[in-house]
Design a protein around this ligand. Structure first.
Ligand code: GLA
Length: 397
């Protein structure tokens, strides 16, 4: 069994498909422009972003593509290649909540631009991409950021990635109704080639973290998809907010779970509902791991980086309870491979993907072994992608 092609760069066939489709639907002239924005894999720091903590994502070479041409009216006419569907909306009739189909991610960004007082114009656009949907690799943030890149160019607004990440998050929170944090949009907008991004989700300060050449990041898509992931995600957020309210009564300076020390966690235990305590017991130590992992990667201590990933997985499995059989299985198989430093689920959880740190020279053997052992037990369309970190949202032409 062979792994899926490496997610290292933009697939030229994808680009050709999207631009050809644009010419078929909307005509070839005047020549449209193209914006792309990548999906991401989070190396560590899971469910910490909305607790104002640290995360360490990197952008991968799987992208959302938006081919676009401004219109002189206020109509947004979109075509999705994946759904083979063309729809149009009037910019001035957009209202929240706006649904959660493919067009909502595009229209949501247009709505968020307008709500922030930024210029918007009508456009014809084709939406395409190769970030697998529902795989925990942020296909939605990639689409939002590609749309934002396109929209800024179409309306002549300067590209400010931090502002755009916030706008993408606002679109998803308010228009789509998913209460996500800032990590995915930020990674998709801001990442640098060759580097993961240590992000402080409170200050939005970033530190680029080089991923050593001798370590490869392998994304392992379990093929499992969970229908109720959005509501389970929103439940976890609510548990964090309840826990925070209790800790704040003990220490008035506590503004987010990020401020809770291990000592305060124990002091507050008896005041918390046991489930909320378990959730907080994941967040407090998890919030230290991205900083430790960034140090481990920078100093080349890959054994430590791997241990941190394993610890993160066990915490997400046992305390935050967002893992599942498929994620536990694929990470256990990966960890048992002699070339693997560590493995963990990535993204929100409840299905989707895991990530492993692997000796670069052993990647093909690792992928073969893991995929066949996993498929021997689970009959789902799993896929493995060795990834190098790529740059964030950009205009191609
Ligand atoms: C999803 C959300 C992110 C983050 C992760 C969990 O990907 O969109 O904001 O909360 O889950 O770390």
């Amino acid at each position: 069994m062979t792994p899926a092609p490496s997610a290292g760069g933009l697939d030229p066939q994808l680009l050709r498909r999207a631009t050809t489709r644009f010419a078929e639907r909307f005509g070839p002239e005047p020549r449209p422009r193209v914006a792309v924005s990548p999906g991401r894999v989070n190396l560590i720091g899971e469910h910490t972003d909305y607790n104002e903590g640290f995360v360490l994502p990197m952008a991968i070479g799987k992208v959302a593509v938006v081919v676009f041409r401004p219109r002189s009216d206020r109509i947004l006419r979109g075509h999705s290649v994946a759904f083979d569907e063309t729809r149009e909306v009037s910019i001035d009739s957009l209202q929240t909540p706006g649904g959660n189909d493919w067009l909502a991610y595009v229209a949501g960004v247009v709505w968020a631009f307008a709500s922030e007082g930024l210029a918007v114009c009508g456009a014809d656009l084709v939406v395409d991409g190769d970030v697998p949907i529902g795989a925990g690799l942020s296909s939605s943030a990639a689409l939002e950021m590609a749309t934002a890149r396109a929209l800024s160019a179409a309306a002549g607004t300067a590209w400010d990635p931090v502002r755009m990440a916030r706008i993408g998050q606002k679109a998803e929170n308010r228009y789509v109704g998913m209460n996500c944090g800032i990590m995915d949009q930020f990674a998709s907008a801001m990442c640098e080639e060759g580097k993961a991004l240590l992000l402080d989700c409170r200050s939005l300060e970033t530190v680029p973290v080089p991923v050593p050449e001798r370590a490869a990041v392998v994304v392992m898509d379990t093929g499992a998809r969970r229908a109720l992931a959005a509501s389970a995600y929103n439940d976890r957020r609510a548990a964090c907010e309840r826990a925070l309210a209790r800790f704040a009564t003990l220490e008035p300076g506590v503004r987010a779970l990020r401020d809770v020390t291990p000592e305060l966690l124990e002091r507050g235990r008896s005041r918390l509902d046991p489930t909320d305590y378990r959730r907080a017991s994941h967040v407090v130590p998890e919030n230290r791991r991205p900083v430790e992992m960034a140090k481990a990667l920078s100093s080349g201590d890959l054994a430590l980086a791997g241990r941190l990933m394993n610890d993160s997985h066990f915490s997400l499995r046992d305390l935050y309870e967002v893992s599942c059989e498929e994620l536990d299985l694929v990470t256990a198989i990966a960890r048992a491979h002699p070339s693997c430093f560590g493995a963990r689920m990535t993204g929100a959880g409840f299905g989707g993907s895991a990530v492993a740190l692997v000796r670069t020279e052993a990647v093909p053997a690792f992928c073969d072994a893991v995929l066949s052992a996993y498929k021997a037990k689970i009959d789902l369309p799993a896929a493995l992608y060795p990834c190098r970190p790529v740059a964030g949202a950009r205009l191609l032409e």
